[in-house]
Design a protein. Structure first.
Length: 511
């Protein structure tokens, strides 16, 4: 046995300290990276989707039931999640976005643990660090507190659990799959990834072990889904959930929710390869294949990462003609893991000086294009225009007018889908159809909304451009005309009407 060198002896306490506290240290490092990569967005206005989820969460906190007392086509776990988020953040955009920051750090840590246990600590650290940075990119709406951005944390947790060969881990993987699916039906695609991981982790022990793990996953999913569905059933909301969520998903898949014509064929090459941040997807896939070629733990993780990338791409493309940038965010975990194992494979084949060059050459370009450059440009903008918030910032002056001209707590109505006006003004609608998503496929829902608005005329009616009063149906336009609502705010970004009995007498005669 050789005598330890002076340098080795000097480093030993540091190594022991790292071994003891490495995950706490990495959590702090990932938090710094994630916060630095999204800091410009913290004060940006929130968008329509997030505001709609907060409206649903507030409904639950006030004792109401989703789908019955407020209608929105996402799954019940999204409503429950945003009830917790609303309880914490209330009406603070900064607090709201910090909850997404926490979710991103947790996802980075889970990814690091998954990769580290199968392919080594260096690859794990790379995967976590890449998610903390690239997971914040504006190119894939990483700033946006939407279901995809929160949902990947649940999906990554399921991925990690599926790789652990215990009964409890398989049950947990199933429960997490159910939680993700009950957030957003599109997240059901995670079943393929988790099932593949369960098979990979148990293939050496025989097919019985694989089947048993799949059955445990199913049992875990049922154990999580059953109480949620029972809660909905006892609250009389189960049927409404099935109708609203299914109708919206079916209409979206048929491309009826967008004015853009769908491609002529789902096999059209422009359609298939038109992907936001496409170079990231290519880099991730190539990195995963390099890991597969390298063998060992890198092969195992690279194969799973490639499956994740393909499944996420197919999931985004499955809504033929109805695609949004945030739909592609689900691919980020697979992309960063693919990048991490690819870079680690190259580092293993290189000498010391070459390793630095590999890290710089392979990571600087995507980080500069998708993180550093966009952040630099965002800081040059006023906070209301960052992270795509220019459109949603009109909610603030509109809400100010609503609060000034109507009694506190009085109902208002926002035509279209711009729920951020409710959130900023701290008001609610007199109908469960506070946004129009559920009305496209069901004319009876539009009639229900018209009756509700006539029965309880809102104190104010608002419309944010490019929405219109006649979106889906003309019931709101007719209400404005018949009850002689008066314009109190108007600019190219939006218009607010107030019920005439709430205006000063000298203002009632003006058109």
């Amino acid at each position: 046995m050789g005598v330890p060198t002076v340098r080795a002896q000097a480093l030993r306490p540091g190594v022991r300290l790292w071994e003891r506290h490495r995950w706490a240290t990495l959590t702090g490092a990932f938090a710094v990276l994630s916060l630095a990569s999204r800091a410009s967005s913290l004060r940006a206005p929130i968008g329509e989707d997030t505001a709609g989820y907060l409206y649903m969460g507030q409904t639950i906190l006030h004792g109401g039931m989703p789908y019955v007392d407020a209608a929105e086509p996402k799954g019940p776990m999204t409503d429950l999640l945003f009830a917790a988020i609303y309880a914490v953040s209330q009406h603070s955009a900064v607090a709201l976005r910090l909850t997404l920051f926490v979710a991103a750090v947790l996802a980075a840590l889970l990814l690091a643990r998954y990769v580290a246990r199968l392919a080594g600590m260096r690859a794990g650290v790379l995967a976590g660090a890449l998610f903390a940075t690239l997971g914040s990119t504006i190119a894939l709406d990483g700033y946006d507190p939407n279901t995809e951005q929160y949902g990947v944390t649940v999906m990554v947790a399921a991925w990690l659990c599926a790789s652990v060969e215990t009964t409890a881990a398989a049950l947990a993987a199933g429960a997490l799959v159910a939680a993700a699916t009950l957030m957003n039906p599109g997240f059901l695609s995670i079943v393929v990834i988790v099932a593949y991981e369960l098979w990979r982790s148990r293939a050496d022990t025989g097919w019985r072990a694989v089947v048993n793990a799949l059955l445990l996953m199913l049992a875990g999913a049922v154990a999580l889904a059953a109480p949620v569905l029972l809660w909905l059933d006892l609250g009389g909301a189960l049927h409404d959930m099935k109708v609203q969520v299914w109708d919206y998903a079916r209409t979206a898949a048929a491309a009826h929710l967008t004015s853009s014509p769908p491609p002529t064929s789902p096999t059209d090459l422009r359609f298939l390869f038109n992907v936001p941040a496409g170079s990231l997807w290519v880099l991730g896939a190539v990195g995963a294949m390099v890991g597969i070629w390298s063998g060992g733990g890198l092969r195992r993780v690279g194969g799973s990462a490639l499956v994740w990338i393909v499944v996420a791409w197919l999931r985004a493309k499955s809504n033929h003609g109805f695609e949004w940038t945030h739909h592609y965010y689900v691919g980020v975990p697979g992309i960063v893991v693919g990048l991490a194992v690819g870079v680690d494979a190259l580092l293993r084949e290189s000498k010391r000086h070459g390793r630095v060059a590999i890290l710089v050459m392979t990571l600087t370009l995507p980080l500069w294009i998708y993180v550093i450059g966009p952040q630099w440009r965002e800081w040059a903008l006023p906070s209301y225009a960052r992270a795509g918030g220019q459109r949603f910032s009109i909610a603030y002056p509109m809400a100010s007018v609503i609060q000034r001209t109507t009694p506190r707590g009085s109902p208002i109505f926002v035509a279209g889908s711009e729920a951020e006006v409710y959130w900023v003004s701290r008001r609610r609608a007199p109908t469960r159809w506070f946004v129009n998503y559920g009305l496209f496929a069901r004319p009876d829902y539009a009639r229900e909304r018209a009756r509700d608005l006539r029965r309880t005329p809102p104190a104010a009616i608002a419309v944010v451009a490019p929405e219109t009063l006649t979106d889906v149906s003309d019931d709101v336009q007719r209400l404005v005309t018949d009850l002689h609502y008066r314009v109190v705010f108007q600019n190219p970004g939006g218009t607010v009407w107030v019920r005439p009995d709430l205006l000063p007498k000298q203002g009632r005669g003006r058109g």
